[in-house]
Structures are given as structure tokens and as C-alpha cells.
Design a protein around this ligand. Structure first.
Ligand code: LLP
Length: 419
């Protein structure tokens, strides 16, 4: 879906140079075909599982509509994500409301729309029960367990460690379920965990799945019918060109364990997964124009996108492949460090990369920017957010307009005495 045609990077059949001539930079560009390939790969690998797309990875409405049309449910982490998921066509019965700090307003919204909840604390359980009673509704819940597992990923995105803020320690969670059985209008039906993100070793998932079953067995002993076991998201993608497990590899690792351990249960739970990155990550590139090339301590290439638009390198030291979109066939002659326009030394997008000779006006493509890219953007340094484009074969569509300077001040109010 991303290839060189006559030395110019194309997304499907659309030239990146033409897109930039038409729409300017910076620009996020998504391939619809790549997205659909990823969705099909999950559905083929897990024909019987409940697949919930993790909205946090990319909440563009057009992209979410494609995901919803493929029959996916949604994992939402806030009232805002729930709002966007409903607008995108996800069915409430296939939405799980996650989160470790939900407000009463968010809980009420979730209950009114009829979604299920992953409950992170006893305080939250009490709030859900109380609000559900007030609303005259019953709510199906799972507890998020903290499985105390090291997923072998970046510490900032490891979420199932014993020390993490998420979930209830799996050894104590049975007390929480017992409490749930006592309270009105909450019905425990599942067990949930999410051990982290960008995980490329499969054994931690197997370990986590076993923890879910250990809890499920105890729940059955308490008379609970377990309808789902949700292993969360986290499957990594191949940022560095070194390979990463596919959904099929993931299925081969966990489905035999799932099937074997299901035999220990009377209930027939569904396996649920919450993939985000592995659905959208490699569907999208960020195009950014070179404003200046300068030789100082290093060969710096200063482009018009920085950590305001793609924070992953600055925040996690993440590696994203880069290429010169208008010089795809030229030999790699120099080593460059690509930096953004933000007034901080940490605003580095890619360090010490071999590239063709780069000049002012060239277009740099940053790959695998579809997950946790635009969604984590900001207006820092007074930079309006950029546009997003969806490519479908020969056609392209602007799916989010570029912000204007007015958008920088839109919600500000100047008190009368300052006018
Ligand atoms: N489910 C839950 C409860 C989550 O917290 C997450 C991600 C997912 C599913 C989806 O995980 P995925 O399949 O995308 O790995 N901003 C970081 C990643 C943060 C992940 C947060 N939770 C990054 O750019 O690497």
C-alpha cells in the first residue's frame, strides 16, 4: 500500500507529492486498503472472538466507521470516546467502558447507552450500582484485574505490572466480585485485563490468559456465569523492520490455551480482545516538509511536524522509519537527524538515519504513525493541528481539516476588564 512509483512514495495509487501540492504539510495519510487488510487479519485469526477496537489508538470518525462496518466492537476509555464510538456506528452491546477514573457523569452516560463496564475499583463499583439503581437499569460488569505480569515493553506502556495503577490485584479480586453480587443492579459477567502495549513476545499474553481463567474458575464456584474473558490489547507492530507477531501468530499462541482451559469451566465464555495499534498503526504515514537542513553537531533536518503531532519518539524513545517521499529511488548518502519545529531539545523525530541527500522543500514520510499519532497531538507552540486524509485506491478524501490560527484561540474568553 506504501510503495515507490517513479521515485515518489505513493499511498495506494495516490502520489504523496501531489497530495502535498494540493493540501500542504504536515499531513497524516491513511490507506483504507491497509486498514481493511488488518481488520480481516484479525477476523480470520479470531473468527469466534469478540474484537473490540481500542478507540484511544485513533479516534478519527471515518477510520472508526470503517472498523465498525467490519463488525468490531469498541473499547472506550472516556465519555468522549464513548460519544465518538456511538457516532461511528459501534453497537452499545459491543462496547466496553474501560478506565481507572470514571466520573459519575461518565458512568451515567455509559449506563444510559447500555454499554458494559470494566470496573477498576470498589469505589467505582458502588457508583455504578447507585447510578444504575437511579436509572432503573441493570449493568453487566467485569473487573479489571492486575495480573502482575511483565509484558517486556517500554515501562510507560506496561500496564499489568504489580506496581501499575490499573486494576485490582488478581489475588484479591474475588472479594470485589463478592461485593458486586451483594449490590443491586450490577451483574458480574466477565473478567478483564490489559497488560501493556507494543508487546512482541507472546508468552506474557498466555500468562495473563491463565490468570483470567484462574479468576473465572473461582467465579463459577460462586455461581457466576462467565460470559467473557477479555485479554485486552497490546499486540505490537513492526516499527523497525525486524518482524513482529501477526494476529495469526497471536491466535496460535493463545487459542489452544483458551480452548483447553474452557474445558475446566461450565460456562462457555467468549474470548475478547482490544487491539488498537495492530489495527491502525501501520495504516498511516505523517508527511512533513523540510524547512531547513543544517550541519552543526549533527546533520539536522528541520521539518514542520514535531512532537506536537507525533509525540511517540519524544515520549517513549519510539522508533519510526522515515523516508524522503520525493526521492525514494536515490541512494542513501548521508546520516541525518530529523527534528521538529518545537522549542525543546527533545523534539527529535528520528535520530541518525541514512537518507538520500536532503534539501529544503523535500518531503519526509514518517511511517507507522496511525496509532497514538494524531490522537496525542497538541497545539503547543501555537501550532494548529494538521489535516488527515484517507486514500482509497485512486481517490483521496480529507477526513479532518487543518486547524487555523483561529482554532488556537477559539475557546478562550477575555474578561471585560482586559478588553
Ligand atoms: N485496552 C486497554 C484497556 C488499553 O489501555 C489499551 C492501550 C488498549 C486496549 C490498546 O492497546 P494496543 O493494542 O493499542 O497496544 N501511547 C502509547 C500506547 C498507550 C496504550 C494505552 N492503552 C504509545 O504510543 O505507544
Amino acid at each position: 500500500m506504501f510503495r515507490s512509483v517513479g521515485g515518489v512514495l505513493h499511498v495506494e495509487n495516490v502520489s504523496c507529492v501531489e497530495l502535498v501540492d494540493e493540501l500542504g504539510t504536515p499531513l497524516y495519510v491513511t490507506s483504507k486498503a491497509k486498514l481493511e487488510e488488518n481488520l480481516r487479519a484479525y477476523k480470520d485469526a479470531f473468527p469466534d472472538a469478540g474484537l473490540l477496537y481500542a478507540v484511544k489508538a485513533n479516534n478519527n470518525l471515518s477510520i472508526m466507521r470503517i472498523v465498525a462496518k467490519h463488525g468490531f466492537g469498541a473499547d472506550v476509555f472516556s465519555g468522549g470516546e464513548l460519544y465518538m464510538a456511538l457516532l461511528s456506528g459501534f453497537k452499545p452491546e459491543r462496547i466496553l467502558f474501560n478506565g481507572n477514573s470514571k466520573s459519575d457523569e461518565e458512568i451515567r452516560m455509559g449506563i444510559r447507552t447500555g454499554v458494559k463496564f470494566s470496573v477498576d475499583s470498589l469505589d467505582e463499583l458502588h457508583s455504578i450500582s447507585e447510578i444504575a439503581v437511579g436509572e432503573g437499569r441493570e449493568v453487566e460488569i467485569a473487573f479489571r484485574i492486575n495480573p502482575s505480569i511483565d509484558p517486556k515493553t517500554h515501562p510507560k506502556i506496561a500496564t499489568g505490572l504489580r506496581t501499575s495503577k490499573f486494576g485490582i490485584p488478581w489475588e484479591n479480586v474475588i472479594d470485589a466480585y463478592r461485593k458486586a453480587l451483594e449490590l443491586p443492579n450490577v451483574v458480574p459477567v466477565g473478567v478483564h485485563c490489559h497488560i501493556g502495549s507494543q508487546i512482541t513476545e507472546l508468552s506474557p499474553f498466555v500468562e495473563a490468559l491463565n490468570r483470567l481463567f484462574d479468576v473465572a474458575l473461582k467465579l463459577e464456584g460462586m455461581g457466576v456465569e462467565v460470559k467473557f474473558l477479555d485479554l485486552g490489547g497490546g499486540l505490537g507492530i513492526d516499527y523497525e523492520g525486524r518482524g513482529a507477531p501477526t494476529p495469526k501468530d497471536f491466535a496460535n499462541a493463545i487459542l489452544p490455551v483458551f480452548e483447553r482451559r474452557c474445558r475446566e469451566l461450565k460456562s462457555e465464555p467468549e474470548l475478547w480482545l482490544e487491539p488498537g495499534r495492530s489495527i491502525v498503526g501501520n495504516t498511516t504515514i505523517l508527511l512533513t516538509k523540510v524547512n531547513a537542513v543544517k550541519k552543526s553537531y549533527k546533520n539536522f533536518v528541520a521539518v514542520d511536524a514535531g512532537f506536537n503531532l507525533l509525540i511517540r519518539p519524544a515520549m517513549y524513545g519510539a522508533y519510526h522509519r522515515v523516508a524522503v517521499a520525493n526521492k525514494m529511488d536515490e541512494p542513501e548518502e548521508e546520516t541525518y537527524t530529523i527534528v521538529g519545529p518545537i522549542c525543546e531539545s527533545g523534539d527529535v523525530l528520528a535520530e541518525d538515519r541514512r537518507l538520500p541527500k536532503v534539501e529544503k522543500g523535500d518531503i519526509i514520510a514518517i511511517f507507522d504513525a496511525g496509532a497514538y499519532g494524531f490522537v496525542m497531538s497538541s497545539q503547543y507552540n501555537g501550532r494548529p493541528r494538521c489535516a488527515e486524509v484517507l486514500v482509497d485506491g485512486d481517490r483521496w478524501f480529507v477526513i479532518r481539516e487543518r486547524e487555523s490560527y483561529y482554532d488556537l484561540i477559539n475557546k478562550q474568553i477575555i474578561p471585560d476588564f482586559l478588553l
